[in-house]
Design a protein around this ligand. Structure first.
Ligand SMILES: Nc1ncnc2c1ncn2[C@@H]1O[C@H](COP(=O)(O)OP(=O)(O)OP(=O)(O)O)[C@@H](O)[C@H]1O
Ligand SMILES: Nc1nc2c(ncn2[C@@H]2O[C@H](COP(=O)(O)OP(=O)(O)O)[C@@H](O)[C@H]2O)c(=O)[nH]1
Length: 226
C-alpha cells in the first residue's frame, strides 16, 4: 500500500493558509481539511459541538481545545485511506499534543508573514460565510463585486479582520502558536516560509512537498477539498 502523507499548515490570520492549502490540494491531491470549515459545518448542522462552538465564536473567542478535538479527531480517524493537509488546527499546544496522539505528521508548514502585509491583506479580505470561501479585492477578486462566485450570495467583511482588531489578534496568535512551533521544531518536521507574497512562497512549498511526496499513488489521492 502507498504511504500516506499528513501535514499541517500554520500561520497568523491572513498569512495565506487557506490560499496555499487550496494550491497544495490541487497540485498534490491531498485532502484539504479546514478547521474553520468543520466548525461552520457543525454550526449549520446544529451538532452538540457546533452549538457549543457557536457560543464562543459569537463572542470572538477561540473554541476551547476539548470542543475542537472532539469535533476534529473523529473526522481524521475516518480518513485512514487519505493523505491530508490540516489548516487551522492545531492552534494550541494542547491541540498539537492531541493530534500527535492520534497520528504521525510528516510536515508542519509555518507561514511567517510581516505584520504590515497581514494588515493590508485582511483589510481587503471578503468572505462568503456559509462556505468559508475568501476573496481579496486585488489578489483574487470575485467575478462580480461583492458576490460569491459559486452561489452569487453576498460577501461580508469580518469584524475581526478590521485593522483595529488585528493587532490584538496577532499578539494572541503569537502567544499560543509559539509552543506549537517549538513542538514541531523539536520533532524536526517544521518548515518555515517567510515572504510578503504567496506567489513567491508557493514555489518553495511546492519544491519541498515534491521531495516529501515523491509518489502519492492514486489510492491515497483524495482530491476534493474539505
Ligand atoms: N483550532 C482551532 N481552535 C480553536 N478555535 C478554532 C480553531 N479553528 C477554528 N476555530 C474557531 O472557528 C473560527 C473560524 O475559523 P477560521 O480558521 O475559518 O477563521 P479565522 O479565525 O478568521 O482564521 P484565519 O483568519 O487564520 O483564517 C475561529 O475564529 C475560531 O473561533
Ligand atoms: N495581496 C495579496 N493577497 C493575498 C496573498 N495571498 C493571499 N492573499 C489574500 O489575503 C487574504 C488572507 O489569505 P487566506 O488564505 O484567507 O489566509 P489565512 O487567514 O491564513 O487562511 C485573502 O483575502 C487572500 O485572498 C498575496 O500574496 N498577496
Amino acid at each position: 500500500m502507498s504511504k500516506l502523507f499528513r501535514a499541517v499548515i500554520m500561520g497568523p490570520p491572513g498569512s495565506g493558509k487557506g490560499t496555499i492549502s487550496e494550491r497544495i490540494a490541487h497540485s498534490f491531491g491531498l485532502k484539504h481539511l479546514s478547521s474553520g470549515d468543520f466548525v461552520r459545518e457543525n454550526i449549520a448542522a446544529k451538532t452538540e459541538a457546533g452549538v457549543l462552538a457557536k457560543t464562543y465564536i459569537k463572542k470572538g473567542l477561540l473554541v476551547p481545545d476539548h470542543v475542537m478535538t472532539r469535533l476534529l479527531l473523529p473526522r481524521l480517524e475516518e480518513m485512514t485511506k487519505c493523505s491530508w493537509l490540516l489548516d487551522g488546527f492545531p492552534r494550541t499546544l494542547a491541540q498539537a499534543e492531541a493530534l500527535n496522539s492520534a497520528c504521525d505528521l510528516d510536515v508542519a508548514i509555518n507561514l511567517n508573514i510581516p505584520l504590515e502585509t497581514l494588515k493590508e491583506r485582511l483589510q481587503h479580505r471578503w468572505m462568503h460565510p456559509p462556505s468559508g470561501r475568501v476573496y481579496n479585492m486585488y489578489f483574487n477578486p470575485p467575478r462580480v463585486q461583492g458576490k460569491d462566485d459559486i452561489t452569487g450570495e453576498p460577501l461580508i467583511q469580518q469584524e475581526d479582520d478590521r485593522p483595529e482588531a488585528l493587532v490584538a489578534r496577532l499578539r494572541h496568535y503569537k502567544d499560543v502558536a509559539k509552543p506549537v512551533i517549538d513542538f514541531y521544531k523539536a520533532k524536526s518536521i517544521l518548515y518555515t516560509f517567510s515572504d510578503t507574497e504567496t506567489d513567491r512562497i508557493w514555489p518553495n512549498i511546492s519544491t519541498l512537498l515534491s521531495t516529501k511526496i515523491p509518489t502519492i499513488q492514486s489510492d491515497a489521492r483524495c482530491a476534493s477539498t474539505h
